[in-house]
Design a protein around this ligand. Structure first.
Ligand code: KE4
Length: 432
């Protein structure tokens, strides 16, 4: 039983369950994989969330990535307030879209043309449609444990056998659609070569998380991303690098910059909108100019390039770009202190943990074995993670409510938050 008073949150959860399935507007928020009662957030500032009962928590999911500058970052708040005074949306072109696009393209040389959308799901769905049009091919190839939003063709599990076509990963996805998706193990180039050999001239694209966050954090093996670039080029398929989570997170130019790899199409989200609904996809001009109104590929959106999202994105990405030389090393250092400090507390308590970290995204897997793909991650003791999550929450540390998610921190996290987190972990491991 939590020692924290969460009466208001409990009452709000009861009401929410009479309004939304599971009481939530996105499944992971329901805490079903970790147990316990989800606090309802009333406000947030810097590195902290404050719930409806006034409890304070150090935030390690940051709205699942966007809040890299901390909550209520003054420049972003002011930009949104100012934009809102001129109306929230026009449904017409604005200068702000070009201003943000120029910033994005300065960070992503792979992007020669782009288009804003309102979510990461829209970005990846649109990029795949573009890849199919550009190649005239139907099959797509993704990796187990990678999540790219909830469009039908991407909610697919691996079929039996390595290079067989997928099976639906969700009710409501017709087999006919799942059959157009290959789902392969991550970090294995041989199975990708086999898939292309078994489906010659049929695979339109590979889409992947360049650093996986949605199985928990899993880094690409040395040469893996370069290998995928080679294989797609050799086989006339497009490489779609899904940087919705890693974009502007791992470096100003995301994983493409960090690992020095090129892509045909790139998808972005989360940080690009500074916490407002925004996604984007872009890439080589020859592909992007297939999009309507220039070309035959239809894609559209009422709120695409929304002026408030552009304002928040400009304030956020602009600040990151201006201060990148100090921000990214600091995010790495503070993340290292937290991630390795907690792992050391686990070792002292005799709790088997595998830490995977890339910059300011990491995961403590509750397993003693290495985690290099989804199958490895799935061996984690999720019940133990659930106990850890609940104990940390009661100690005022709010971790992402799933073993299969990445933790994030932002520029508002510092030594005080590190010390408080390590103290909370010491206490939590003692109770596991
Ligand atoms: P959205 O449609 O949720 O904006 O983006 C989908 C998406 C696409 N690509 C990657 C790599 C992503 O991580 C996501 C969304 N990430 C999850 C967190 N693991 C969103 C949180 C949620 O679903 O509530």
């Amino acid at each position: 039983m939590s020692e924290m008073n969460r009466e208001q949150s409990r009452a709000l959860q009861t009401r929410a369950e009479g309004l939304f399935p599971g009481g939530v507007n996105s499944p992971v928020r329901g805490f079903r994989s970790v147990g316990g009662e989800p606090p309802f957030v009333a406000r947030a500032e810097g590195a902290y969330l404050f719930d409806a009962d006034g409890n304070r928590y150090i935030d390690y999911f940051g709205s699942w990535g966007p809040m890299i500058l901390g909550h209520a970052f003054p420049a972003a708040v002011e930009a949104i307030e100012l934009a809102a005074r001129h109306s929230a949306s026009f449904g017409a072109s604005t200068a702000a879209e070009g201003d943000l696009a120029e910033l994005v393209m300065a960070c992503y040389p792979a992007i020669e043309r782009m288009r804003f959308v309102s979510s990461g799901t829209e970005a990846t769905m649109s990029a795949i449609r573009l890849a199919r049009a550009a190649t005239g091919r139907k099959l797509i190839l993704k990796f187990e444990g990678c999540y790219h939003g909830h469009s039908d063709g991407l909610l697919v599990k691996a079929g039996s056998g390595v290079a067989t076509l997928g099976i639906p990963g969700s009710a409501g996805v017709p087999e006919e659609i799942a059959q157009l998706t290959l789902a392969l193990p991550y970090n294995d180039l041989a199975v990708v070569e086999t898939a292309f050999a078994e489906h010659p001239d049929e695979i339109a694209c590979i889409i992947l998380e360049p650093v996986v966050g949605n199985a928990g954090c899993i880094a690409p093996a040395d040469g893996y991303l370069q290998g995928l670039r080679r294989i797609t080029a050799e086989n006339g398929a497009l490489l779609i690098v899904d940087e919705v989570m890693t974009g502007f997170r791992l470096a100003l130019g995301g994983a493409l910059e960090l690992y020095g790899v090129d892509a045909d199409l790139v998808t972005l989200g989360k940080i690009i909108g500074g916490g407002l609904p925004c996604g984007a996809f872009g890439g080589k001009r020859q592909f992007m100019e297939l999009l309507a109104p220039l070309g035959p590929v239809y894609q559209a959106g009422t709120l695409s390039g929304n002026p408030l999202a552009m304002a928040a994105g400009l304030a956020t990405v602009g600040y990151l770009q201006t201060n990148a030389i100090s921000i990214y090393p600091r995010l790495d250092a503070v993340s290292k202190a937290v991630a390795e400090g907690v792992a050391a507390e686990a070792a002292r308590a005799g709790v088997p943990i595998t830490l995977n970290r890339v910059g300011s995204m990491w995961t403590w897997f509750f397993t003693g074995s290495p985690v290099e793909n989804y199958d490895d991650a799935a061996k984690s003791d999720t019940a133990a993670f659930g106990r850890f999550h609940r104990a940390m929450l009661d100690a005022g540390v709010w971790l992402p409510p799933s073993q299969f998610e990445a933790m994030f921190l932002g520029t508002a996290h510092g030594s005080a938050e590190v010390e408080a987190t390590l103290a909370a972990a010491r206490g939590a491991f003692a109770t596991l």
